[in-house]
Design a protein around this ligand. Structure first.
Ligand code: SAM
Ligand code: SF4
Length: 357
């Protein structure tokens, strides 16, 4: 049910105009938690700290990407200020993502400060692993609780083809470094692509089991202007059948608080997850919002409505006004996304590297 009185004003560039037009009392619990208009409590922020990356994965970026000019990207101080505002509003989990977060200059400056934020229970990171050999130790020392590492293939040539420029060896060294630094429950993320890596799902599970990792298989999402996706789409159901022929899968009630549904295989601690925006709609339990590197607050990955927090930050807002802008943004969190299997016609025109996966 859509409440028309809660619709935001929009500027011509599609961002929400910063004019509080909602009744905050309707959007906030008495104790100061963020609650959207459907009563979902928002406790999880995904913060993209750069749109840049040292890879160009085919499903995520175009070959020729133009990146944001530096002055359009939130400074690390602004990232910290926004994060602190969310934590003061009851957010307890924060994922740092990108682009590739570890290519952002001085990323550790921010991560160390986020790790020390009182009230933030889980600081976690998503990375392509290319820089982890260098950063795993400092990340652990800064209080990062868990790491997700993207890995779609174990074959070096294929890795190069998917990422266009990546080096599989470096990522495997990064995975080993995370383990050596003491990270546990590290999770691999593999995007499923028919004809590209569907012959490796079993090998990827085996790698996860042997290295005491969790693994999630992700249905490709139609983000950005990348064509020809519906030839490559594979559902979680089909992947489960392929993996189940080698590894018996037992459904698990466990949840990492996200959209993944987990299975276990006897004799292993590894969790095998499937993230299915197409075949399993997870919007009813959504507890998260995303902020892009340019300070746009997207309440939903699959919709285009956003609040421009950068203009709030740079417009001289004090902390109370910043918090108010965040509370107001709950009014534009839609019920859910609308990914269909019309994969050639993206409903959302930004790339995952913009929104932060
Ligand atoms: N660079 C880091 C990495 O690759 O893990 C963090 C950012 S990346 C955008 C986050 C996740 O989004 C990755 O696991 C990536 O595989 C996934 N991703 C990117 N584009 C996607 C798409 N179109 N559909 C599904 N997952 C996608
Ligand atoms: Fe970079 Fe991650 Fe996107 Fe690959 S998925 S291009 S590593 S941001």
């Amino acid at each position: 049910m859509q409440n028309e009185t809660l619709r935001p004003e929009h500027t011509p560039d599609g961002l929400q105009d910063f004019r509080p037009n909602l009744d905050p009392a309707r959007l906030m619990h008495a104790e100061g938690a963020l609650v959207d208009k459907y009563g979902r409590r928002i406790t999880y922020l995904r913060l993209s700290i750069t749109d840049r990356c040292d890879f160009r994965c085919t499903y995520c970026m175009a070959e020729e990407m133009s990146f944001l000019p530096r002055d359009k990207v939130m400074s690390l101080e602004e990232c910290l200020r926004v994060s602190a505002a969310f934590v003061s509003l009851g957010v307890t989990k924060l994922r740092i993502t990108g682009g590739e977060p570890l290519v952002r200059k001085e990323a550790m400056w921010l991560i160390e400060r986020l790790g020390a934020l009182p009230g933030l229970e889980q600081l976690v990171l998503t990375t392509n692993g290319s820089q982890l050999e260098r950063f795993a130790g400092p990340l652990k020392a800064a209080g990062v609780k868990r790491i997700n590492i993207s890995l779609d293939t174990l074959k070096p040539d294929r890795f190069k083809a998917i990422t266009r420029i990546g080096d599989l060896g470096k990522v495997l060294q990064g995975i080993a470094a995370a383990r050596a630094a003491g990270f546990t429950r590290t999770k691999l993320n593999a995007v499923m692509m028919r004809g590209t890596n569907d012959d490796e799902f079993v090998d990827l599970v085996q790698f996860a089991v042997e290295n005491e990792l969790d693994i999630s298989f992700i249905e490709e999402m139609p983000l950005g202007e990348i064509h020809g996706r519906d030839n490559t789409f594979i559902s979680s159901e089909e992947a489960r059948q392929i993996i189940g022929q080698r590894y018996p899968l037992v459904a698990s009630e466990e949840s990492s608080g996200g959209p993944a549904r987990y299975w276990r295989t006897p004799g292993s601690e590894s969790r095998i997850g499937f993230i299915s925006p197409h075949s399993h709609n997870f919007c009813d339990s959504c507890n998260r919002v995303r902020i892009t590197a340019q300070g746009e607050l997207y309440p939903c990955l699959g919709q285009n409505d956003a609040t421009n927090l950068l203009s709030v930050l740079r417009g001289g807002a004090d902390d109370a006004q910043l918090r108010q802008a965040i509370v107001d943004s709950m009014g534009i969190k839609p019920w859910g996304h609308d990914f269909t299997q019309q994969m050639n016609a993206p409903q959302v025109v930004r790339f995952m590297s913009m929104t932060g996966g």
